[in-house]
Write a protein that binds this ligand. Structure first.
Ligand code: ZN
Length: 155
């Protein structure tokens, strides 16, 4: 199980979750930049929700971490995505172009490129993902603890 971190927001009882409410869990990242497969945790919440058909929204409420759907078969894809983003968004700009005093502008920019949410269709209680697709939390300013918010909607 590649996902690490403390779970929060998981009700202890076995009764179905009320998906009118948003459910969240935390993920502890272990590197400055990292992609972590959270598909199983999202699917687990979805199954407990009782939502059979509809859609599932996964939202990351951070400005230096995002979420995306990417290949889950070859880990080199995750590596290559992070390397390419590092080239696209350099740590330093010529002439010291970044102004943000916190010094983590590259992390903010990468987050905007990746995005803060994904929406996945739900059929038969399952996330409708392609064979090689997984949902990834994208850390760009770690390591730290990140929150993932999930809401399933019937329809
Ligand atoms: Zn900042």
């Amino acid at each position: 199980m590649p996902v690490r971190g403390e779970a929060t927001g998981f009700p202890k009882s076995a009764r179905p979750l009320n998906m009118v409410s948003m459910i969240s869990f935390d993920v502890s990242t272990r590197a400055h930049t990292q992609m972590i497969d959270i598909t199983d945790r999202v699917q687990s919440l979805l199954q407990r929700s009782g939502v059979e058909n509809g859609m599932c929204v996964v939202f990351v409420p951070h400005t230096t971490a995002g979420v995306t759907i990417q290949e889950n078969a070859d880990p080199d894809v995750q590596h290559d995505l992070l390397v390419a983003l590092a080239h696209a968004v350099p740590d330093e700009l010529p002439g010291g172009g970044y102004r943000h005093a916190e010094g983590n502008s590259p992390a903010h920019l990468k987050t905007s490129l990746v995005g803060s949410s994904v929406t996945v269709l739900v059929e038969g209680g399952e996330l409708v993902l392609g064979t090689w697709q997984g949902i990834y939390l994208c850390e760009f300013d770690g390591p730290r603890t990140r929150r993932v918010q999930v809401k399933a909607v019937r329809g």
